[in-house]
Write a protein that binds this ligand. Structure first.
Ligand code: C2G
Length: 132
């Protein structure tokens, strides 16, 4: 069984996220999504999520490509995650290109092209500007 792992916040889930998850799953048989906790998002990414971790987890678990959702609470957990879950491929969007090459000794590292023209920030901005 080929095991894939990816990380993210996945707040205001959109088709860019789905495209990433779909392509990641197509690379193997089992997809683990490591979902940033609310504390990690605020403390490390200065992101305030619209949906809580539990809601974001529920949404991801409803996606056919996703087999397991676990929490991301630190930048440093990737090495242990890869070992603990016997991961074959680490996948991220190419906005992270190069940032995780240090993992290539443990598993294959793949950066997939980001879906253009969509982001959580853009959704929020569009909604805010239309509400004026
Ligand atoms: N993504 C994408 N296309 C978009 C938007 C996002 O392919 N239009 C991808 C990102 O590249 C990432 C994943 O979807 O691989 C999740 O995106 P975010 O929720 O923004 O994740 P991020 O905040 O980048 O967190 O330790 C790594 C971090 O947790 C990554």
């Amino acid at each position: 069984m080929k095991r894939i792992i990816t990380y993210g916040t996945f707040d205001l889930l959109h088709y860019g996220h789905i495209n990433l998850l779909s392509r990641a799953k197509a690379m193997g048989d089992y997809l683990i999504v490591v979902l940033s906790t609310d504390e990690f998002n605020w403390n490390e990414k200065q992101k305030k999520c619209y949906f809580s971790y539990d809601v974001r987890k529920q949404l991801l678990e409803a996606i056919r490509y996703v087999d397991l959702v676990i929490p991301e609470s630190s930048w440093e957990q990737k090495n242990t995650d890869i070992a603990e879950y016997h991961v074959d491929v680490f996948v991220m969007g190419d906005d992270w290109k190069g940032k995780f090459d240090f993992l290539s000794g443990k598993c294959e590292v793949v950066y997939l092209e980001r879906t253009p023209e969509i982001s959580t920030t853009q959704i929020k901005n569009d909604l805010f500007s239309n509400s004026r």
